[in-house]
Design a protein. Structure first.
Length: 65
C-alpha cells in the first residue's frame, strides 16, 4: 500500500511533464508538416546536383582568363 502512495503522484507528475513537452513541441511547429520530411529526403540529392551544376556554370562564366 505504501507503494501506491508515491507511485500515483509520481505518475501524475510524469504525465504532466509529458503533456507540457507535447504542448511545447506543437507550439514550435514540430508537427506542422508530417509528410514534407519524407518527400524532402527523396528529392534532396537531385536538388543538390542541380545546385552544383548551377554553381559550376556560374564559376565557369565568371572566371576570367
Amino acid at each position: 500500500m505504501d507503494v501506491i502512495y508515491w507511485l500515483i503522484p509520481s505518475m501524475i507528475f510524469v504525465g504532466v511533464v509529458l503533456v507540457i513537452l507535447l504542448m511545447i513541441s506543437i507550439k514550435n511547429g514540430q508537427f506542422d508538416d508530417l509528410e514534407g520530411e519524407g518527400w524532402r529526403i527523396l528529392f534532396d540529392e537531385e536538388q543538390t546536383n542541380l545546385e552544383l551544376k548551377k554553381n559550376m556554370k556560374n564559376k565557369v562564366n565568371n572566371s576570367s582568363f
